[in-house]
Design a binder for this molecule. Structure first.
Ligand SMILES: [Zn+2]
Length: 197
């Protein structure tokens, strides 16, 4: 099963790479190949670089980076849950762990040829370790640029998905109105029927 992209931010989608549709847990970052595939799907790694990484680093190193990614993810999940409740704490230990991961990503500048020349910044991936750094960049952007009050977990009874509520009123409760929102409406309706019947 593929990881859903409903989080509204790559860091939140990263948390959702382990989720529980219908109450059973699904792990989508099962190995290095799956992790690299997710980085491409999330737009954090381009296809060509992904192919080079797969060829250069080999299966063992990539599997180890997926294992680390799963660990980083669960640590981030716990941190973000606390950050939401207590945004003013300094989180010194978590921040220094994050900075260590950020240090693995090296950036380089490149001009894209074509009618409209553009200067872009690209990340250079020298080792399999640096792949987790790409996720760390997103986590760092989330905590520095977004409002913790907007980070939510779906209110659906069988759902564990996280999302950023970008609505103005900030009253969004469900990952998807069509799935979890509807399901909640149906069960509330049934409960009312049971009461009146
Ligand atoms: Zn949901």
């Amino acid at each position: 099963m593929d990881a859903p992209f409903l989080g509204g931010h790559p860091a939140v989608d990263f948390l959702n790479t382990r989720y529980t549709p219908d109450g059973r847990t699904v792990e989508t970052l099962t190995d290095g190949r799956a992790f690299v595939g997710w980085l491409v799907a999330a737009g954090l790694l381009d296809q060509a670089t992904a192919a080079t990484c797969t060829r250069r680093f080999g299966r063992k190193a990539l599997d180890a980076s997926a294992e680390e990614a799963r660990r980083v993810r669960e640590r981030a999940r716990a941190w973000l849950a606390r950050w939401r409740e207590a945004p003013d704490d300094d989180y010194r230990t978590d921040v220094s762990a994050l900075n260590a991961l950020l240090g693995r990503v090296h950036l380089r500048w490149e001009v894209l040829p074509g009618p409209e020349l553009a200067l872009v910044q690209r990340s250079r991936i020298d080792t399999a370790d640096a792949l987790v750094g790409l996720v760390a960049v997103q986590l760092a952007q989330l905590i520095t640029e977004e409002d913790p009050a907007r980070l939510k977990q779906c209110a659906g009874s069988q759902c564990s998905l996280w999302f950023l509520d970008r609505t103005k009123a900030q009253r969004r409760k469900f990952c998807t109105a069509s799935v979890c929102g509807n399901r909640a409406k149906v069960s509330a309706f049934r409960a009312r029927q049971r009461q009146s019947g």
